[in-house]
Write a protein that binds this ligand. Sequence first.
Ligand code: SAM
Length: 382
Amino acid sequence: SSQSAAAQQRPRSARVNTLKMSVAEALSWLRTPKRKTSTMSADLGQQVTVDDLLPDVLLFPPATDLHDHPLVKSSCLILQSKASCMPAHALAPQPGWDVLDACAAPGNKTTHLAALMQGRGRVLAFDKDARRLQRLKANAAATGADCIAACLADFLQIPLATSPDFRNVKGALVDPSCSGSGTALSRMDYLLPSHDTQRSAGCAPEPQSSAPETGITGAGQCAVAGGDRVPGLGKGGHSSDAQLVPHRGKESTGERKEEPPQADQVHEKGSSSQGRRSEEDRLERLARFQEAAVRHALTLPALQRLVYSTCSVHERENEAVVAAVLPDARKLGFDLVDPFPAWQRRGVPGSVEGAEKLVRTDAVEDGTDGFFLAVFQRKGLF
Ligand code: SAM
């Protein structure tokens, strides 16, 4: 079909994990003849290019299979779609910042944030799904991102406005559960034989571990100074047993047991058999949660920038969420800013004031997943 043809023609992308290797080192490694492996064609090193928008993203020819590449196995290269690398760049966290990742697992963007911060500062990562949070911890360890503190909790229950733990958080990424409708081609890609999968945002089905857990041992998972617990989380609700992962090499013992899939994690379940009405209900449910998550993150007292992203193509989960929260954001002193002025594809015109500052990617036209992102920035900072 034309869709599978499009899936086959997409360049393969990988993010250089700059905590382990610079982009120049990765290119040099790939271009050194003696290091070519059987999984790479002889001239692959000449064909790899650096993405023109995201300086840590490498593009390989379509159908390149990088799964067994030594740089991937050692987590120097992360198989990640270009689109799913955009949110961390859009947030542009500075080394030393405190940053919050609201819906973080399996942690592709969390580890990207840590890399952009050069491992300095703190990335406070939340997820309410114990199994997925374990994968985030494994990814953090494998990538050497030891400034990540992983916390099993319902993000909406975290006392962001009052707890001293969040007093200095300057950046927030809200990448919540969504319909995953923008990753359909990636899923198709995955079904094609002999092709690597560009897993984006943790939304595509992932039959294998998303990051190699071998090769790196003893990497710390949390370098959070101060207490282990998030103040205010001890009183019932989903968050009662939430803990920041305490110290290097130690696992939290306070995690919830694995739960059955949540209703809002529909991107993992698919919906082809559902009727149109239930599809609308589903989108509405997702959008309500997305709005609540953005609104909650905006209450962080020292917040400077917030990125909202989805791997959905639905306006209800994208521009309409921005439209719903924008009045509240403005009351709190935030407005939309444009993270990538050179990018052409924008929010649906007329959907919300400032749609031209919103970023969309198209799964066919842009050769990556269908994605959406919005950046809210505190006024006076631009
Ligand atoms: N940002 C991740 C990445 O790049 O790897 C992907 C996040 S995925 C799209 C959405 C995540 O939100 C899921 O792991 C889900 O468990 C989590 N989630 C959903 N509702 C939540 C809530 N109320 N609190 C915390 N996490 C939640």
